[in-house]
Design a protein around this ligand. Sequence first.
Ligand code: CA2
Length: 144
Amino acid sequence: MTQTIFVLNGPNLNLLGTREPEIYGSDTLDDVAARLDERASQLGLAIEMRQSNHEGHLIDWLHEAQADGAKAVILNAGAYTHTSLALYDAIRSISTPVIEVHISNPAAREAYRHHSYVGMAANGAITGMGVYGYELALEAAARL
Ligand code: CA2
């Protein structure tokens, strides 16, 4: 049976490609999804790509990934990365591996982006590689 990788995106990432291209590039989230779909099928995997501006949706989807037996979760939690103890608890509450992704490199940005609740619970992180980081995370997830 084909294994699935959940790719979960947090607040404002629905606007990817429309603003701040100097930080986030000009690809849309649909562009990213199309490339992930293609690479996933080469790897014999399937992608479940989602985006929400609501913290609770991300938490529900982490639980769903575990309940569905997903192989891994790729998570760009957006600004919730830096604020959400609830996301930390949700990642800790599942055994599904979670790979944190950031398009930019938060460590090289404002101090308030330096702390990551997601990173304290995730298996690993890929940051600062632009949207290519999602594909790198998929490659890593395939090898878990
Ligand atoms: O670099 C990343 O991927 C971030 O997760 C993006 C978040 C930011 O709060 C994190 O510190 C790092 C912001 C996402 C906002 O998405 C936008 C996309 C296009 C234009 C404007 C915002």
